[in-house]
Design a protein around this ligand. Structure first.
Ligand code: H2B
Length: 97
């Protein structure tokens, strides 16, 4: 199991992840605004596949063209390197990669 980051560790992590915010020490979140609903569907499905590959799954809030991902490692009770990896993957997918 990955170890949970403390507040300083979470702060360092999101420095390298533009637009991501810490929700205390417990989670990191980012909301994406896509061109339209279909673009949002595409991002959600790509992230779902990536999450399955990584065996690490985001919470997803989704309304029309807005998608918000909340990442936390339940097993560790906070943010870990697994969340960092998934956030980096989400960034790449949102950028079209
Ligand atoms: N996703 C997240 N976000 N946190 C977890 O602790 C987690 C997960 N655990 N996906 C995984 C699956 C676990 O349930 C399986 C058994 O490895």
């Amino acid at each position: 199991m990955s170890e949970r980051l403390d507040a300083a560790g979470v702060a360092r992590l999101i420095e390298g992840l533009p637009g991501w915010e810490a929700e205390g020490e417990g989670a990191i979140v980012k909301e994406f605004r896509l061109r339209d609903h279909v673009e949002a569907v595409g991002l959600v499905v790509r992230v779902a596949v990536a999450a399955e590959v990584l065996n690490h799954h985001p919470e997803v809030w989704w309304v029309y063209n807005r998608v918000r991902f909340r990442l936390s490692t339940h097993d560790a009770g906070g943010v870990t390197e697994k969340d960092a990896e998934l956030a980096r993957r989400i960034e790449a997918l949102a950028a079209g990669g």
